[in-house]
Design a protein around this ligand. Structure first.
Ligand SMILES: [Zn+2]
Ligand SMILES: [Zn+2]
Length: 247
């Protein structure tokens, strides 16, 4: 389903889960749905962690079966790896060559999960600072192509996002993306980052990746959030991220 040249932004989805991790449909079903929806550039990016066992993550021993399965379809082969609090990413460098796209996702800090966790966060400023440091450290690994849901925060402080994610925070993270050649994802499930963030990406010429972060069938190719922001902000076409294996 991947194609050469420059596809329309409406036809790209670079962040799709399947039942290999926590999606509720098979790769085959995902590919079929994407075809029906007319997607041209499609990446399957299931959660992968070889650092420690986590539920709903592909493990090291399942990795080759995963890659083999994706090889039998015309899709880009990807994973979403964990970014740990200390910036470690949950994949070893030798696995990277077998894949087209590595997305890094931060899903917990201080054992507080960003989803389905109502633990209190006493010092929001400090928490957000830890997020910033983890993201930047992860980029320094030179493993990541894309940072997923970059300004996503735990539910309990999510409403404060605009206040706690300051311009300096944005600048620092985007500058690191520029330095390490990492794209920022327009995550359509969580609707992050916001225009302020995208504006600075465009100014810095940091690329933007389009991802539905689909876990359900209906979410595949649902990238309205990204498309709207790209159009509204007149993001130049050459700033839309595509994996290098397409060229
Ligand atoms: Zn994620
Ligand atoms: Zn995801």
């Amino acid at each position: 389903m991947s194609s050469r040249g420059s596809p329309l932004v409406e036809k790209i989805d670079l962040h799709i889960h399947t039942s290999f991790s926590d999606g509720n449909y098979s790769v085959e079903e995902a590919v079929k749905i994407a075809e029906i929806k007319g997607l041209k550039v499609l990446a399957i990016t299931d959660h992968y962690s070889e650092l420690q066992y986590r539920p709903n993550r592909i493990t090291r021993s399942q990795f080759s079966r995963y890659v083999q399965t994706l090889n039998s379809y015309n899709v880009l082969k990807g994973v979403e790896v964990e970014i740990l609090q200390d910036g470690t990413v949950s994949i070893s460098k030798k696995k990277v060559d077998e894949l087209d796209i590595i997305i890094g996702g931060l899903h917990s800090i201080n054992n507080i999960k960003f989803w389905g966790d109502s633990s209190p966060i006493w010092d929001t400023k400090r928490f957000v600072e830890k997020v910033r440091v983890a993201l930047i450290k992860a980029m320094e690994s030179e493993i990541l192509d894309v940072i997923a849901h970059v300004s996503w925060l735990p539910e309990i402080i999510r409403k404060e996002t605009h206040r706690v994610i300051t311009n300096d925070w944005i600048k620092s993270v985007v500058d690191a993306c520029y330095d390490w050649g990492v794209a920022v994802e327009l995550n359509c499930a969580w609707k992050v980052p916001d225009e302020r963030f995208v504006e600075y990406c465009v100014k810095k010429e940091v690329k933007l990746s389009i991802g539905s972060d689909a876990h359900q069938r209906s979410m595949i190719g649902k990238t309205d959030y990204a498309i709207n922001i790209i159009k509204r902000m007149k993001v130049p076409k050459d700033l839309i991220f595509l994996p290098t294996s397409l060229f």
